[in-house]
Design a protein. Structure first.
Length: 389
């Protein structure tokens, strides 16, 4: 085969496939019995492989099974069905009764509550995993390892402090250093940034990305925050009711969401109701309160079907005069919010609110009639979701 004909994506895929996955999860299911006797399927038939050095984010709203999946990987929870393999070694198999304890899985964990030992100094906290595993490290080797990682994480000056004497952001750095000090190839994170304020959160996120690039560990990172996910992930796994709704690179998921659930969760979206009039290979024609709408092709839809029409604020263009293009809708311009880098605009149509995003210098008369347009390639028609019981 002429390798020149290989596309870049193919080359990457071949490359990854050739490698043994670091973590392989197969047909994993975890059920809980609630106090009232009801069975909950928290993790529902998950299959997922993670390459060495890959940063995976598990994204979804509260209760979708993120923590349970992470705890199964870490050995803190025993799954009901399926297998978990790390570096080719079976860590868990429901069928064979294999369940390797956490400390022998070769992984580190960072939690939302930093879980630092309050009666130990920062140095002692970070040194702890090296001591407790009786790996025969000498005192000076341990000191060297702790000094190295605290330098990398930027907390060299905190060695003698106790956790309650340092800030939340610093505590999270200590927790990070403790997770990274023994050089495990896989680190699990459960919403590690949700207890720090927005500014610290942004800083820590950038530092974490830089650390991962430098140290090369693979990560499974749980969050409900789409900014965390978009910025950190090589691949995002969107979870919905314990199942995988979509897996892909952040940009891929953002541009090609497979459902209204994914589109609504990754990036902000406008939404309205519509009915399918016609489906062709190049477009979907919909009826709505706006009149006729042309949306991206979606072979899954059929004429007469009720759909959710979705489009992103940054794809909305605002005009003073009626444009001749398709997907031109009359709206009332209600509010302009300047944020420095751009302007958020609120519009209404028959009491429904829509959002647009424009340049920072956008100006218009409030409560004026305007026309908005959205190109067909930016309009999605998704099957209406069943309302949860
Ligand atoms: N120990 C438990 N006992 C009973 N139900 C649980 C237990 N842990 C989690 N669940 C249920 O499993 C589902 C998934 O929970 P969880 O994994 O914590 O979600 P997330 O981390 O995405 O918020 C929820 O419905 C939750 O109530
Ligand atoms: Mg959770």
């Amino acid at each position: 085969m002429n390798t020149n004909t290989l596309k870049k994506e193919d080359a990457v895929a071949t490359d990854l496939a050739a490698q043994q996955p670091l973590l392989a999860i197969r047909d994993l299911r975890k059920q809980f019995t609630r106090a009232n006797g009801h069975l909950v399927t928290a993790v529902d038939d998950i299959t997922l492989s993670i390459a060495p050095g890959e940063f995976i984010v598990l994204l979804g709203p509260s209760g979708c099974g993120k923590t349970t999946l992470l705890r199964c990987i870490g050995g803190l929870e025993t799954a009901s069905e399926g297998t978990i393999t790390i570096n080719g070694r079976a860590m868990f198999s429901a069928e064979l009764g294999t369940d390797v304890p956490t400390r022998r899985r070769g992984i580190s964990m960072v939690f939302q509550s930093y879980a630092l030992w309050p009666n130990m100094t920062v140095f002692e906290n970070i040194a702890f995993p090296l001591k407790s595993r009786r790996r025969g490290m000498s005192k000076s080797e341990i000191r060297e390892a702790v000094e190295e990682i605290t330098r990398v994480v930027g907390i060299s000056d905190l060695h003698t402090q106790y956790p309650h004497h340092i800030s939340g952001g610093q505590q999270q750095r200590v927790a990070l250093a403790r997770a990274l000090v023994d050089g495990n190839a896989l680190v699990l994170f459960d919403e590690p940034l949700s207890n720090v304020d927005a500014k610290v959160r942004r800083d820590l996120r950038i530092e974490l990305a830089a650390l991962q690039a430098k140290l090369g560990f693979a990560a499974v990172y749980v969050t409900h925050d789409q900014e965390d996910a978009m910025e950190l992930a090589d691949r995002i796994v969107v979870l919905e009711g314990g199942r995988i709704a979509q897996v892909g690179a952040p940009q891929e998921i953002y541009e090609n969401p497979v459902s209204s659930y994914v589109a609504g969760f990754v990036g902000s979206s406008n939404s309205m109701s519509g009915t399918v009039r016609e489906v062709t290979s190049t477009e979907v024609v919909l009826d709505s309160t706006m009149g006729l709408i042309k949306a991206r092709p979606n072979p899954g839809l059929v004429a007469g079907q009720e759909v959710e029409v979705m489009f992103r604020p940054q794809h909305v263009r605002i005009h003073q005069e009626r444009p001749s293009s398709t997907n031109a809708w009359p709206m009332l311009l209600r509010k302009i919010m300047h944020s420095g880098t751009h302007a958020e605009i609120l519009l209404t149509h028959e009491h429904e609110i829509y959002q647009a995003r424009a340049d920072a210098d956008f100006e218009a008369v409030l409560d004026s009639d305007v026309w908005v347009t959205v190109e067909q390639r930016h309009v999605f028609g998704f099957p209406k979701r069943a309302v949860p019981a």
